[in-house]
Design a protein around this ligand. Sequence first.
Ligand SMILES: [Fe+2]
Length: 577
Amino acid sequence: MLILGLNMFHADASAALVQDGEVVFAIAEERLNRQKHYGGFPSLSVKACLDAVGARISDIDHVAVGQDTNANLAKKFQYALANPAKILNFIRMRQRKEGMRDVRSLLAKALDVDGKKLRFQEHHLEHHIAHIASAYYCSPWEKAAGFSYDGSGDFVSTMMARCEGHEIEILDRVFLPHSLGSFYTMICEFIGYKKYGDEGKVMGLAPYGKDTYRHEISQIIALKNGSFQLDLNYFKPLGSNQGMQVLPDGTVRLARHFSDRMEKRFGDPREPHAEILQRDMDLAFAMQQRFEEVFFHLLNDLHQRVPLDNLAMAGGCALNSVANGKLFQTTPFRRTWIQPAAGDEGLAIGAALHTYHSVLRQPRCHELKNSYLGPEFSDALIESGLKKAGLRYRKLERESLLSQVAEEIGTGNVVGWFQGRMEWGPRALGNRSIVAHPGLPNMKDVLNARIKHREWFRPFAPSILAEYQHEYFEYDHPSPFMLHVYKIRPEKRKELCAVNHVDDTGRLQTVTREENPLYYDLIKVFQRKTGIPVVLNTSFNENEPIVCKPDEAIDCFQRTKMDVLAIGPFLALKSEN
Ligand SMILES: [Fe+2]
């Protein structure tokens, strides 16, 4: 049975293919059309899914969309009636969304086939159910508490659930306009980070701040008996899309979230590219602190209702790896399974798996063991790309490649590492990565000056052999998808100085041989040469979506000051090119 999952006309459009209950392929459209956070129809992703298994669209049995415009209608109407100025906007949005519901026509057009030949059944799943499904059904568990939170989806910002067998029982929803994601976005905008997806950057700024605004910021979002409530005086009315607009070309734009009240209380908002003042850092600090307090409050309430050790989690806010890293201290949950694509691209997987298990009543049989669900490319294709680019390169055996790359990293060179299937989700996890020495004091500046050009306050992440985690970090809970931040042990901070953030933490990826044998062995060889079981890992890109195809990697290598490109079995050195 083939189920195609879709996230469409929403940020991070994507497609995923589930074959007999197993996720066999998944990709976000941005990786193929090279438009970051693309929010249109994922035509290229659908084609890539079909190509991956040699299927045609007429072979698809079910299509599942992670959006249901009819979900929570009563709440939407209630909101529209209370905000008369937004009624016209509300009606227009519904009309637009109705047009998008014709999945059959959209797919027929995208694939240039006769719509009458498409035999699939269509399913629309509520946004947060799809998020929770994307985590729980990929986990190894038969029982878990399910939690999803983000800016908004189908008029909901937070959902709690009890997950058991193939059932997801919804226990609670937090409806708009109350949204922990919007709270975070609003303050990010106020301090000059206004683009969709900027929240992750500001998370890195927070530890530079001081505890100045705890009281003021906590008044913006109040705790409420297992839930929370925004003080809407600080927000502009955002409408049922919570300020997120997808333009006709698929660009995602955020409306201004903060009201004049913020300016009265905290002064002028910071303009992008203006100097970051202590006030901005202090606001980032207070925002992250309050976010965590509300998050833990919600999780503790969830645990009272579902008293289990297991927490299955997704939603854009679940990418807050700083909060994730603290939840073992602050809540009774002992294990997490967080969807690597916790943001909205993950809806494609969640919608497909929910259809398989909950709608079609098929038993659980699948556990997502790694995030390598994207395309891979043959050695022949890679080699022709290298030739076309006019690069000098060598083809190496596995051991020789690992040894030479580890040697290059050891000497302080920066290596583009392109191997196997592309990662699913926003993190590069050793297949589309740039790797470097984690213990050279200037490595962060070198990477930023030569390739990444990121904000000075953003840390780089470590990939560590899983069995050494306890020696280097204060927590043992694995972080295979780079979704937890832990303190680095004091005696190891110097050794990991290039990945040790200002608060002595690291957003680690734990690597096992089972999950990624080649990447594991690379780190192992690096350890043999240097004594350090860790490499610095950042995504293979330069202000663009992470590279997907060999040509994109080769182009990035040529236009930046990357020293080495290890692509498949081929090695190219900048010094020889
Ligand atoms: Fe979402």
